[in-house]
Design a protein. Structure first.
Lengths: 399, 596
């Protein structure tokens, strides 16, 4: 059986981290979100995968190439139209000539576990949909069941319909393409509308799951997901570890990385390839550090995600924070965490413990401190001695 | 310069050979052919690329055979000149890569003895020699044949009377044996057979190999058996698919941030030395061809700045015939494939003169890695596009890491400076990525110049070789005439050619040449030329001088060539794409040139 993965979305709510990286490529425990879906398919013997790509597709294609490293055979289709109404059904319709008979459909921007795909494959029925309980059902397509048959499905309902939501993971048959064509003629481009339209004539079987499935919607979700994913981190060390380095718990260290003496790392922690860390750095759980990252002496990191190419100088404190690709931080940067609310559009949302979120390539001078819950955009330049609070837009210069 | 492959085993040889030829296509693609043994010999060949061959190929059954993809050197690309070549009786089929220098005298002798020649190639003499010497043993005939041949060659032959046997011989041109389970392979290059096995034996000059599906027997030219064990190659084929991109070239351009990082890790800047040669020579000579020559030219500026060592760059084909000056420079040879004949010969010349040699090579296990005294690997992975991109960029990075290490060894560079440069090195992947993110903007610039018949590329100092490389990239894939010049040379000639119809691409980054480059831009725009300038982020002056400006991130001058080169690659790519050119297979060009 083939699988289709939808990976064309931009993930605007994840800005600033999706300014030049598509959402499926956001790293969770140093692996792009999309890798979890591909891995889940491969572990269930599904190796023929068609990927619908669009926004920043080069980032995806350059990473996965033809899929050989993941023991799958990848084929890409460019979803040329990138307008808002180009929904999931439209995206799937791109794969029409590529799939015959039964196939699976997966979103490329959710963490999906192999056991979840296993459950989906075990169940019977021509059309199947994976559903799960959610605390915030109003953000998703909400499903009503009778036994294991779907009775109703509504996208982002305004009135409470229960907590069961669609995960966007389906088993379909190629007949779905006729239904998609019919529904798109009426001006709807979402898959939920397509499912809704076939419910009167076709049985759609629900596969309830409690296996790992999670969606990253907001940038602070990266931290939660990272911590969950790191629980499965296995210790493995390559690179060069100096005398006097203490590693506790599962710590994974990549090729060519150097850990200098006096450094204390408490797992679960993953560190990528070609990094230079220390001397005398403390890294606490649950932290992921990408490739080619440099961390200067006397810096403390806790429960944070540092993406590739980050330069973090000496004497800094970074807690519960996400630092985007290529960010440069001069000495004595300070980001402490606390229980925070973040302003989103017009509403304040409680987000729990959060330090700072910094978009890619931003450069920050020495002795800058940020208030918990601040969000700094990408390509900003922030002068030394500044104190930052609230939201700083992309390309801002703070003097 | 051609690609050859042989197979014997239990699979249908046709399928193995075609898939291998497809992967060898970068070595040449103006004609192709295949010979399968199955009681009798079945030979099909034609002008055109592998896809064309596949389209005309009937079902051919048989479990051993040979194949060839050609880049014409002797005789135009027509069917009769394609390989495999057969003897007069049609019992022997042979493929060849290289040049047989004494083919004219051999041909006359063989014709006197009644052999009928059907092609204009140098290769055909070899197959008639095999026929002449054949006495029931192809291996013995091969050994006698190569004694008669002068020049460079890799030969692979089959005889219809010797079922399942393939005989190969190597002198200078590359040939590698792939060892499988109850099957064996022969090819010009590892990727052709990597799909089936990763256990390889690299044949050395003067060796003859006989393959059956169960046995690999290697002998020297005298017939004495040589015991060689296979080595596992650490290369994957993943890079050999286009993976969603329209062209290999674009895919490889976008892989650059990753391979730059791999090369930095590979250079192991934290280790003490890692080189088996003396890192404090009095002078340095860099030898290379084509794009590698341009990389070497950039390397000259890096080495001189960081190690204060006088450095000269020479084309490998010229160095070989240069006089021995009895000075003792370190000789650095740069070759992506490690098989470039001119560069290999130059390395050998240097060794004869008693000099230390260092190879900067991409392909592990290639000839240069064995010939040179010390090797620095670029870790670019497999490059399929004929226009070099990621291999060139990693050569620049490798040269930079070498310059840093040598600078420390020579104490022209303090450890503090070295640490600072290493920190800057870390910023390269993200800075390259930020240029790639602006690919669409470069596409728009390409639209402005794609109608031109001729264009100029200008740069000074370390960005002068980048101008050469920019012009080369433009020429090789878009077929637009382009010249690279140092800015200061304009007024000594080429300015006469500048008109409103010749766009000028000027590299004017913030370094010690910036003011001078502004002057040059003034000179050409006064003659009506459209000027595209490449400047540094934050520059507020440049757009007053140039018609269009593309900004690269602000990095130290020594690092700018890596970023300006990426702009050049994308500019050439988009221009060629707008013009509808065959980007991955430019006419008359082949990837690694293993003929002289």
């Amino acid at each position: 059986m083939k699988a289709v993965i939808l990976a064309a979305g931009e993930g605007t709510r994840l800005r600033p981290f999706t300014n030049s990286e598509p959402k499926p490529m956001i790293p969770i425990a140093n692996r792009p979100i999309l890798e979890y879906a591909i891995d889940a398919l491969a572990k269930n013997g599904i190796t023929d995968i068609t990927m619908i790509v669009g926004y920043k597709k080069e980032r995806i294609m350059s990473h996965f190439e033809d899929g050989a490293d993941w023991k799958v055979n990848l084929n890409y289709i460019d979803q040329k139209k990138r307008v808002a109404q180009a929904g999931t059904a439209y995206a799937l319709s791109m794969a029409k000539s590529d799939v015959k008979g039964d196939f699976l459909l997966l979103p490329g921007d959710n963490i999906i576990s192999p056991s979840l795909i296993g459950e989906l494959l075990k169940k019977k029925g021509k059309y199947r949909i994976v559903v799960t309980e959610s605390e915030t059902p109003s953000k998703y397509g909400v499903v009503e069941l009778s036994g294991d048959t779907v009775k109703n499905i509504v996208e982002k309902p305004e009135q409470h319909m229960g907590n069961l939501i669609s995960t966007g993971i389906y088993k379909f048959n190629d007949e779905i393409f006729d239904s998609i064509a019919r529904v798109m003629k009426t001006g709807s481009y979402g898959l939920t509308s397509v499912i809704q339209s076939i419910l009167p004539t076709t049985k759609v079987t629900a596969v309830k799951t409690s296996k790992v499935w999670s969606d990253v919607v907001y940038p602070w979700d990266i931290l939660t997901m990272n911590a969950v994913a790191l629980r499965k981190c296995a210790a493995s060390t390559s690179g060069k570890i100096d005398k006097g380095v203490i590693l506790k718990g599962p710590v994974s260290i990549g090729e060519g990385t150097v850990i200098r003496s006096g450094t204390h790392i408490m797992g679960p922690v993953v560190i990528g390839a070609g990094c230079e860390i220390g001397p005398s750095v403390c890294i606490y759980p649950s932290t992921s550090i990408g490739n080619n990252v440099r961390i200067g002496p006397f810096t403390v990191l806790e429960n944070s995600v540092l993406m590739n190419d980050v330069q973090l100088s000496s004497g800094s404190y970074v807690s519960h924070s996400v630092i985007g690709e290529g960010v440069e931080l001069d000495p004595q940067f300070c980001a402490v965490e606390s229980d925070t609310h973040v302003q989103l559009d017009d509403e304040f949302r409680k987000v729990g413990r959060l330090g700072v979120l910094i978009g890619e390539r931003t450069v920050i001078g020495s002795q800058v401190s940020v208030k918990p819950g601040s969000i700094i955009g990408s390509d900003c330049k922030i002068a030394h001695h500044s104190t930052i609070s609230g939201n700083i837009e992309d390309n801002t210069r703070v003097m | 310069m051609c690609g050859i492959i042989g197979y014997t085993g239990n699979r249908q040889a046709r399928d193995v050979i075609l898939s291998g030829l497809k992967r060898l296509e970068y070595r040449g693609y103006d004609s192709a052919g295949i010979a399968i043994g199955n009681g009798s010999l079945n030979v099909i060949k034609d002008k055109g690329d592998i896809d064309h061959l596949i389209s005309v190929l009937p079902v051919m059954r048989g479990k051993f055979g040979i194949g060839h993809t050609r880049w014409a050197t002797h005789g135009p690309p027509i069917k009769n000149n394609s390989h495999p070549m057969t003897d007069c009786k049609g019992q022997i089929a042979l493929v060849h890569n290289g040049i047989i220098e004494n083919n004219i005298t051999l041909r006359e002798e063989l014709m006197k003895r009644g052999h009928v020649f059907r092609s204009e190639t140098d290769t055909e003499v070899a197959v008639h020699l095999l026929e002449e010497f054949y006495d029931g043993d192809l291996e013995a005939a091969m050994r006698k044949t190569i004694k008669e041949l002068k020049g460079s060659f890799a030969l692979v032959a089959i005889h219809n009377g010797e079922n399942g046997k393939i005989v190969g011989a190597r002198n200078i041109s590359p040939l590698v044996v792939g060892v499988g389970k109850r099957e064996n392979f022969l090819a010009s290059d590892v990727p052709a057979i990597l799909e089936y096995t990763d256990r390889m034996i690299y044949l050395l000059d003067g060796e003859v190999v006989t393959l059956t599906k169960d046995r690999v027997r290697i002998t020297n030219f005298e017939g004495k058996e040589i015991k060689r064990s296979w080595q596992k190659v650490d290369m994957t084929l993943e890079g050999a698919e286009k993976g969603g991109y329209d062209h290999f070239m674009l895919k490889e351009i976008f892989e650059q941030p990753k391979v730059i990082q791999d090369t930095i890790i590979g250079a192991n800047l934290n280790a003490e030395s890692g080189y088996s040669i003396d890192l404090t020579p009095d002078t340095i000579k860099i030898i290379a061809c084509g794009t590698s020559y341009h990389a070497g030219y950039v390397g000259k500026y890096m080495l001189e700045e960081l190690t204060h060592t006088p450095t000269t760059v020479e084309l490998a084909s010229e160095y070989r015939f240069s006089s021995d000056t009895h000075s003792e420079p370190l000789v650095i040879g740069i070759s992506q494939s490690g098989e470039t004949t001119d560069t290999l010969s130059a390395i050998k010349t240097a060794q004869k003169r008693g000099l230390d040699t260092l190879g900067i090579v991409n392909i592990v296990g290639s000839t240069m890695t064995r010939e040179a005294d010390s090797v620095l690997y670029t870790r670019a992975g497999l490059e399929v596009g004929v226009a070099a991109t990621k291999t060139y960029i990693t050569q620049l990075v490798a040269l930079l890491t070498l310059s840093i290490k040598m600078g420390v060894a020579k104490e022209t560079l303090g450890i503090d400076d070295a640490r600072h440069l290493t920190k800057e090195l870390r910023k390269l992947p993200k800075n390259v990525r930020s240029v790639l993110d602006q690919s669409d903007a470069i596409y728009e610039l390409a639209q402005k110049i794609s109608g031109a018949k001729s264009m100029f590329f200008l740069g000074r100092n370390i960005n002068f070789p980048v101008a050469l490389e920019g012009a080369l990239k433009m020429k090789e894939i878009s077929y637009i005439h382009a010249e690279g010049y140092p800015g200061g040379e304009l007024k000594h000639g080429p300015l006469a050619l500048v008109t409103e119809k010749t766009p000028v691409i000027a590299i004017a980054v913030k370094d010690q040449t910036y003011e001078k480059m502004l002057g040059n831009i003034g000179e050409v725009s006064a003659r009506g030329a459209t000027v595209i300038a490449i400047g540094t982020e934050g520059d507020r002056e440049l757009d007053k001088y140039a018609d269009y400006v593309f900004y690269i991130p602000d990095v130290p001058p020594l690092f700018t060539p890596i970023l300006t080169s990426v702009v050049m690659q994308l500019l050439a790519y988009h221009t060629a794409n707008i013009l509808g050119c065959e980007i991955d297979k430019p006419r008359h060009l082949a990837k690694s040139v293993t003929v002289e």
